[in-house]
Design a protein around this ligand. Structure first.
Ligand code: ADP
Ligand code: MG
Length: 301
């Protein structure tokens, strides 16, 4: 097969890992810097170019779209979809996953366990939002933050009000969320490929840190997940429409709750923590999906 990896940098661990896995399975692989692509949105013959070279003959693409490049990146993925190329994750699903509010609403609609989460435009609602979250401490987070940036623990109702008002004053969209204290600064990352969790790890924030993100200095260890956690992760990925997802769960007193669903999960942390060949399994999944899986949203906005 001819596989394109839509990534800005072939030296990134995840990109490199996928390239090696695809090559060792005998495929032709190209890393495509999607920001350098341009496309012709022609009705009869849609096409895409990298510089002056037309990109043709691809059987599959694996999108690794950076969080700050979602708009252009998903347009590139959509163009490949319109051209009939299989994408490991569909463009609509990637767009959904990048908006925490939209994602949580979709998951809530299908009964997935979530922390109590509130959202408002008007700061007059702040007092009631804090109350709905069960009172302080609460977590306030930017709708489109990543790697733990823009996630704040407000210890008191006064602090929560100030943080919410400050963010709103900057016209930022934020969620206010019940603080799952019993998670103890840890979360569970489940790597879902197709309809299976192929690897999972527990990430623990560093001392005194409630955020477990590895980018914030957290560390990762292999973990055995419960059947309920496994089925929650698989269902969450399916509801989002993602074939490839990193589903983050917190262990709460009322069972597993979903934090977020990532459409470009990093492979370094999970491959190193579990010793599993995650990239190899992703390539195997793509081999079994090309030409067989027909998507419901292919190329749709
Ligand atoms: P990001 O997209 O920046 O990673 P998250 O929503 O995943 O943002 O939050 C970052 C981390 O902060 C989570 O992995 C988790 O450890 C912690 N966290 C976030 N929300 C809560 C919450 N409601 N209760 C407890 N911990 C939380
Ligand atoms: Mg996160």
């Amino acid at each position: 097969m001819k596989i394109g990896i839509l990534s800005r940098n072939s030296k990134l661990y995840s990109t490199n890992s996928l390239v090696k896995a695809a090559e060792s399975a005998g495929h032709e692989v190209h890393v495509i810097d999607y920001l350098r692509c341009h496309m012709n949105i022609a009705s009869m013959r849609p096409s895409i170019f990298l510089g002056d070279k037309e990109l043709t003959g691809f059987d599959a693409v694996i999108p690794r779209i950076g969080a700050s490049r979602t708009f252009f990146g998903t347009a590139v993925v959509r163009q490949f979809e319109i051209m009939g190329v299989y994408s490991a994750n569909e463009s609509v699903a990637i767009s959904r996953s990048r908006d925490k509010l939209r994602s949580l609403q979709l998951l809530a609609r299908r009964g997935i366990g979530l922390p109590v989460t509130t959202f408002a435009h008007d700061t007059k609602a702040t007092g009631h939002m804090i109350k709905l979250c069960g009172g302080a401490p609460i977590v306030v987070k930017l709708l489109e933050g990543t790697q733990g940036v823009g996630v704040v623990l407000a210890e008191t109702a006064k602090a929560a009000e100030s943080v919410i008002e400050a963010f709103r004053g900057l016209d930022a969209n934020i969620l206010a969320q019940e603080f799952i204290k019993e998670a103890g600064g840890a979360d569970i990352r489940c790597l879902v490929v197709g309809d299976k969790v192929i690897a999972s790890m527990k990430r623990q924030g560093k001392e005194g840190e409630f955020r477990s993100n590895l980018h914030r200095g957290g560390n990762a260890a292999v973990v055995k997940i419960t059947p309920e956690e496994r089925s929650t992760a698989v269902r969450a990925a399916r509801i989002m429409g993602l074939s490839l997802a990193g589903v983050d769960l917190l262990r709460s007193n009322h069972g597993p709750v979903v934090m977020e669903v990532n459409s470009s999960p990093g492979l370094e942390g999970i491959e190193k923590a579990t010793g599993k060949d995650v990239a190899g399994q992703i390539i195997k999944f793509i081999e079994s999906s090309v030409g067989k899986v027909s998507s419901r949203t292919k190329g749709k906005g």
